[in-house]
Design a protein around this ligand. Structure first.
Ligand code: GTP
Ligand code: MG
Length: 343
C-alpha cells in the first residue's frame, strides 16, 4: 500500500510502528513510484529512498550535484530527474490566471491580535516565510509560541487545524507558557502540547539538516507551521566578523530559500525570528537600519520589525512586503498571550 494513503488514514495520529516486512514492502512501493520518473531505474530509486528521497517533493527541492553524488548518475541526468519531479508537482510555467487560482490556497494563522493580523493581511500566511525581527524582549518568541498554538485552532477561529514544528536554537522554549496560551485559547492544553513538535538545534549545520530531513515528518504529522527561533543566531556566532560575511550570507540564503520552498510545497507557514540591536536613532529613522536588520535580505516574503513600547505594549512595523501595505500595529504581550491592547 502506498505510504501516503496510510498517512491519510492515520489522520495525524502518532506514526504506527510497522513490522519489518511491512517496512520493506512500504519502501518497494515508494521505489516503484519513483521509477515512474523518466531516468529513474530501480537501482537509482533504491538509492534515492535509502538517502531519504522518498517523495517527488523531496526530489523537486534537491539540487543536481547532491543527487548525482547519491545516485552516481551524471549531473545532467540528475537535473532531468529533478525537472520531471517538478513537472509532476506542476512547478512549471503557468498562466497568471492559474497562479491566481493557486494563491487562493494561501491560508492564514491568526496572531491573537486583530491589529497585527490586519497588518499581515489576515495573519501569518502559508506558502511563504515571515520574519519577525527586533531587539531582545521585543516579543519574537512570544509570537512564535502563540502561533504554534493558533495553528491548531479550527479554521473559523483563525487556525489551520494542523500541528507546529518548532526549531529552537536558543533553548528558550517554555512548555508551561505554551500550555497557558493554549488554555487561554480554549484548547485542551495536553493535546495542544502534543501538537507542538520541538527540536533543539545544535549548530547551523544541524539546523539546516533538521529542516532538510523534516519533509516526511511534516507530511505525516500535518504540520502547518514551521518556526525557527532564531534563524540567525548560529550563523552569527559561527561566522563572526566581516571576513566571514560572504560565506555566512550564502549559507543563510540557501537555507532561507529552501524554507520558502518547503512552505510552498506543503502549503504551510514558515516563521523565523531574528534578533537585532536597536540603533539610537531608531525612533526617528528607518527601523530596518537596526543593527543586523538586513541579515536576511529580501528572502523572507514578509518582514515585521518589532519594538518595545510602554509596559507590555509592542509596535509591529511591516517593513518589507511585495504586496501588503506598509504600516504599523500595536499589540500587547499579556498573561494569555498576544492580544490587542484594551481600547
Ligand atoms: P530575544 O529572544 O531575547 O531576542 O527576545 P524576544 O523578542 O524573543 O522576546 P520574548 O518574546 O521572549 O518577549 C519577552 C517579553 O515577553 C518580556 O517582556 C516578558 O515580560 C513577556 N512575557 C514572557 N512570558 C510572559 C508571560 O507569561 N506573561 C506575560 N504577561 N508576559 C510574558
Ligand atoms: Mg526569543
Amino acid at each position: 500500500m502506498p505510504r501516503r494513503e496510510k498517512v491519510e488514514e492515520s489522520n495525524g495520529a502518532e506514526p504506527e510502528l510497522h513490522d519489518e516486512e511491512d517496512a520493506i514492502s512500504g519502501n518497494s512501493s515508494l521505489e516503484e513510484k519513483l521509477t515512474e520518473l523518466p531516468g529513474v531505474g530501480s537501482a537509482t530509486a533504491a538509492k534515492l529512498v535509502e538517502h531519504g528521497y522518498k517523495t517527488y517533493e523531496s526530489i523537486a527541492v534537491a539540487n543536481a550535484t547532491e543527487l548525482a553524488g547519491i545516485t552516481g548518475l551524471p549531473q545532467t541526468l540528475s537535473q532531468k530527474i529533478i525537472n520531471s519531479a517538478r513537472a509532476e508537482l506542476k512547478f512549471t510555467i503557468k498562466t497568471a490566471y492559474e497562479l491566481e487560482q493557486e494563491m487562493k490556497d494561501i491560508k492564514r494563522i491568526t496572531t491573537g491580535s486583530k491589529n497585527l493580523d490586519k497588518l499581515l493581511g489576515g495573519g501569518v500566511e502559508t506558502k511563504s516565510a515571515t520574519e519577525f525581527f527586533g531587539e531582545y524582549g521585543a516579543g519574537k518568541t512570544q509570537i512564535a509560541f502563540q502561533l504554534s498554538v493558533n495553528a491548531q485552532l479550527p479554521v473559523e477561529k483563525g487556525g489551520l487545524e494542523g500541528t507546529s514544528f518548532y526549531v529552537d536554537t536558543e533553548g528558550t522554549f517554555v512548555p508551561a507558557r505554551v500550555r497557558g496560551i493554549a488554555e487561554a485559547s480554549s484548547l485542551d492544553p495536553e493535546k495542544a502540547l502534543q501538537n507542538v513538535f520541538w527540536i533543539r538545534a545544535l549548530n547551523s549545520d544541524h539546523q539546516i539538516a533538521i529542516l532538510e530531513g523534516a519533509k516526511d515528518f511534516i507530511q505525516e504529522h500535518n504540520v502547518k507551521l514551521v518556526v525557527i527561533d532564531s534563524v540567525t543566531s548560529f550563523f552569527r556566532s559561527e561566522y563572526p566578523g566581516r571576513e566571514n560575511l560572504a560565506p555566512r550570507q550564502q549559507k543563510l540564503n540557501i537555507h532561507l530559500h529552501s524554507l520558502i520552498r518547503l512552505a510552498e510545497i506543503y502549503n504551510l507557514a514558515v516563521v523565523v525570528t531574528n534578533q537585532v540591536m536597536a540603533t539610537p536613532d531608531m525612533f526617528y529613522g528607518d527601523p530596518t537600519r537596526a543593527v543586523g536588520g538586513n541579515v536576511l535580505g529580501h528572502a523572507p516574503n514578509n518582514r515585521i520589525y518589532l519594538r518595545k513600547s510602554k509596559g507590555q505594549k509592542r509596535i509591529a512595523r511591516l517593513v518589507d512586503s511585495s504586496y501588503l501595505e506598509p504600516g504599523e500595529a500595536v499589540f500587547e504581550i499579556t498573561g494569555q498571550g498576544i492580544r490587542d491592547p484594551p481600547e
